[in-house]
Ligand binder design. Structure first.
Ligand code: KG4
Ligand code: ZN
Length: 342
């Protein structure tokens, strides 16, 4: 069965055709990120206006690339929560119109649940994943641990009490004078830095499976303010990243130390969730799951603790419609119909 997925929960407009929940025939994604950069974060009004302009084109080209016709599609699967309201409205309205016009069933999909599903898409080792498992979703808007008994039986074990993990990367990047979104820039700088140089606290929470990232962000802010110098050094390297008047080596150490503290917290809580639930499979998803250091360290920690860790292919960590189409297929097969044309 061919499923058309539509994803417009944040700044991306994405459409994808997936066959039988796994085989990605196409995935077209248009991002409005360059229009948000100068504001240092997503401006919802800009995002939804761009989505309105691009959704028809993106969906048409996804269907064309999949070499199928609209009438071949057996289900339209659309992100319906959580996300930016205006952006969701564009995707849902478009999906409803196509569903009504072409007489195709329609299913609404939870964005976080679709991030969990990303690891099941065309993934070499996903054949080994069996239910139940623990899922860690780390994105720009969310940081949550889930207990997944099945794709329609997902319960939350813990989540962030303040900033999301990706949001912390973005805010720290801004403090360091880096571009938006900050995660990839921090990761790049961190490669040249010493992760043990600075002890940034990544605060613990009363409930063991919750997260808190606002404290570490403030700690980085104080450290950066304290470390600013007035004689520019290492200008050549720094100009690629930002205009902070700070030694390039120190900038790298801050990035590496921040990243390490965050990753250690993610590892600690994920392993704790697995132990608490007596589960030895962990799936990771969301934009931060593209981080190489997290992928390496968590996989390593998994091996030591006898827990299998699965990541989606990097391109499916970020928001995309393939994961929405894939999860749609799985839920449709379980008769979870959200809205069907009469
Ligand atoms: O899942 P996503 O595309 O959007 C949301 O649903 O929020 O995640 C975007 C987030 C941004 O905060 C971005 O900085 C972060 O993922 N991110 C990373 C990396 N790549 C993207 N964070 C750390 N390391 C990366 N390599
Ligand atoms: Zn997302």
């Amino acid at each position: 069965m061919y499923v058309l997925g539509i994803e417009t929960s944040c700044d991306e407009t994405s459409a994808s055709v997936v066959e039988n929940g796994r085989q990605i025939l196409s995935c077209q994604t248009s991002s409005s990120i360059k229009f948000h950069k100068k504001y240092g974060g997503i401006v919802p009004e800009i995002a939804s206006r761009m989505q309105l302009e691009t959704i028809t084109m993106v969906s048409d080209s996804a269907i064309k690339e999949a070499k199928i016709r609209l009438k071949d599609i057996g289900l339209i699967s659309v992100t319906n929560e959580p996300g930016l309201l205006g952006s969701l409205l564009v995707g849902i309205s478009f999906a409803k119109a196509v569903s009504f016009g072409a007489d195709i069933p329609l299913l609404g999909i939870n964005h976080l649940h679709s991030h969990i599903y990303a690891a099941f898409l065309q993934h070499l080792n996903n054949k080994h994943i069996s239910l139940p498992f623990i899922a860690l979703i780390v994105s720009g808007g969310h940081t949550s641990l889930f207990y997944v008994r099945d794709f329609d039986k997902i319960s939350i074990l813990g989540s962030t009490l303040d900033d999301a993990c990706g949001e912390a990367f973005d805010k720290v990047a801004k403090i360091m004078g880096l571009d938006y979104p900050g995660g990839p820039y921090i990761e790049k700088l961190a490669k040249d830095g010493n992760p043990k140089k600075i002890k940034f606290p990544c605060s613990d929470t009363d409930a063991h499976l919750n997260f808190s990232f606002s404290g570490i962000k403030t700690a980085v802010l104080y450290y950066v303010n304290k470390s600013m110098v007035h004689s520019p050094q290492s200008i050549d390297k720094r100009k690629n990243y930002g205009l902070l008047t700070m030694d390039y080596g120190l900038l790298c150490d801050i990035a590496a130390s921040f990243q390490e503290a965050v990753i250690n917290t993610l590892i600690k809580k994920s392993l704790l969730a697995c132990k608490t639930k007596k589960i030895n499979q962990l799936i990771v998803g969301g934009g931060v799951a593209a981080n190489n250091r997290l992928r390496e360290k968590l996989s390593e920690a998994g091996k030591t603790n006898n827990i299998q860790v699965f990541f989606p292919a990097k391109e499916f960590c970020m928001d995309n419609a393939a994961m929405v189409a894939g999860l749609g297929y799985r839920l449709f097969k379980k008769n979870r119909l959200y809205c069907k044309k009469s």
